[in-house]
Structure formats: C-alpha cells, structure tokens
Ligand binder design. Structure first.
Ligand code: ATP
Length: 259
C-alpha cells in the first residue's frame, strides 16, 4: 500500500491567527496510495491544516515536505504545483457552465485556425464524456448540459473524475458526502477507494468516524489544534476512535501512561 517514503510530511507545525493558537506542534505523514480519515470536532483545526498543505496559510513555524522537498514558500499555487485537488460540497464547479467546461476549468485545450486560438470544444466534449461515464454519471446526462442539472453525488463525480484525468497526486475530500442520499454517498465513497487504488493519496475529512473507518487505512484525530491520535484502522475500531474523540486527548494520555 505505502512505500515508506511519505508523499507529504508535516513536521512540528504551529500556526497562530493573531493570538489564537490554531495548530499546535502538529506532525503527520501522508503516503501515496493511502486513504487517511481526518476527523475531529468543530474547530479542531482540520481545515486549517489542509489549508497549509494547499498554500493558503503560512505556518508560524514548522516544516512541510512534498516528496522530500521542503516547501519554502506557501502560496495558493502550491496546490496546483503539487497536484492537489480539493473536493468540497459547495465549491469547485460553476453552475451555469457545461459539464465539459467545468471539467477543464482553467485548463482548456486550444486549437489554432490560421494562427488564431479557439477553445477546442470537440476535445473537451469527448474527453469529459468518457470520464463522466467512467465515474458513473447517468446516460441521459450529456457533457453539454449545465452542471446545474446534476445531483450532489454527480457533482462530486465530476470533480473526482477531473482529479484523476489531470493526474493529481493528492485528493482532499472535505465532507464530500454531506447532504447526499445513501446511494450517492456510497458512490462517492467507492470513488474515494478507487482513487487510492490508483495510487493517489486521499485525505478524507469528516465528522462521521463510522463511515470513514470502513474506507480508511488510517485515522488522524485532531482536537483544539493538536493531533491527538494517528492510528491504523486495523489496530483501532471505530468505537475506540469515537471514544478518543469523545474524551479528547485524555484517553490517549491514559493509554500512553499504561504502555
Ligand atoms: N482565518 C482565520 N482567522 C482566525 N481564526 C481562524 C481562521 N480560520 C480558522 N480559524 C479558527 O481556527 C480554529 C480551527 O478552525 P478549522 O476551520 O481548522 O476547524 P475544523 O476542524 O476544520 O472545524 P469544522 O469541522 O467545524 O470545519 C477555529 O477555532 C476557527 O475559528
């Protein structure tokens, strides 16, 4: 599953928003081909950590490495440079554009006629049709249809298909199944596992420990800006992990004291 060398390494990360200590000495490794559940209560620091990885926040101290290379400068282009796609329920697609246009958003293929550049709609339509079928969109949905027509699960499928097609290496799924039906939730979760099997690193943020425990290789729990647990799902049950969340760092401290 993993090859030892982490794709992303976070070392002793601290981040302050003014006087507020949002990330406290967080260290965590993420490997290619791994599905990691990132869980914790509201305000635990999950999104803040992810935003550092995407270059949206600069840590106050600590280090981040991608493929062994230290990140020197945190900027919003970092996610693009490192092949990170973030899949969130409410962002990432433009409702009034077609599925094909959304698929290429910002990466549109161009062909030239007499030296003048035109968007290559044929390539956009053909390629996006192939990918959306592969990722389970209904047969009566066409790549020319506006995204507005899609259900929540289908929207997620477009984003997931896009992540695979553009050879992203990391997919961060931030509460990807919120507001989805049972069947759609299953479909999105199957896609998450499929991404991991294709060798991508999948970081899956959720409040639902029971749902993510079934999918993930490892669960990282955060509380008040600290990482309080980092355990393989083969070593800890969902119930045990839920207890860690309920009791906070106390249960981990007790276990460490006993070992
Ligand atoms: N830009 C910011 N400025 C100041 N405080 C912030 C900022 N972003 C986040 N915070 C604070 O940092 C803490 C961690 O927030 P974060 O969004 O990372 O939590 P979370 O674990 O993702 O929570 P949730 O599950 O509710 O999304 C919160 O107390 C939040 O109010």
């Amino acid at each position: 599953m993993t090859n030892g060398h982490p794709l992303i390494q976070v070392k002793n990360l601290d981040l302050y928003f003014g006087a507020f200590h949002a990330l406290k000495n967080v260290s965590v490794d993420f490997h290619a081909g791994e599905l990691v559940g990132l869980v914790g209560d509201n305000g635990a620091g999950k999104t803040t950590l992810i935003r550092v990885l995407c270059g949206m926040h600069t840590p106050t101290s600590g280090e981040v490495y991608f493929d062994g290379q230290r990140v020197e400068k945190f900027h919003p282009k970092l996610a693009i440079d490192q092949g990170i796609e973030t899949i969130q329920q409410s962002v990432g697609l433009c409702d009034n554009l077609s599925i094909a246009r959304n698929f290429y958003l910002g990466r549109e293929p161009v062909r030239r006629i007499l030296g003048i550049p035109f968007l290559d709609f044929t390539t956009m339509r053909d390629k996006s049709t192939r990918v959306i079928r592969q990722f389970g969109l209904r047969d009566n949905v066409s790549a020319d249809d506006e995204v507005e027509r899609l259900s929540g699960g289908e929207r997620q499928s477009v984003k997931i298909g896009r992540a695979v097609e553009f050879r992203n290496r990391v997919v961060i799924m931030d509460e990807p199944t919120n507001h989805l039906s049972v069947r759609e939730r299953e479909h999105v979760n199957e896609l998450a596992v499929q991404l991991k099997k294709q060798g991508l690193l999948v970081i899956y943020i959720t409040h639902d420990i029971f749902q993510v425990h079934k999918l993930a290789d490892r669960i990282v729990i955060m509380e008040n800006g600290e990482k309080i647990e980092d355990a393989s799902t083969s070593k800890m049950t969902a119930e045990q992990l839920e207890e860690v969340i309920r009791q906070g760092g106390r249960v981990v401290e007790r276990r460490e004291a006993l070992s």
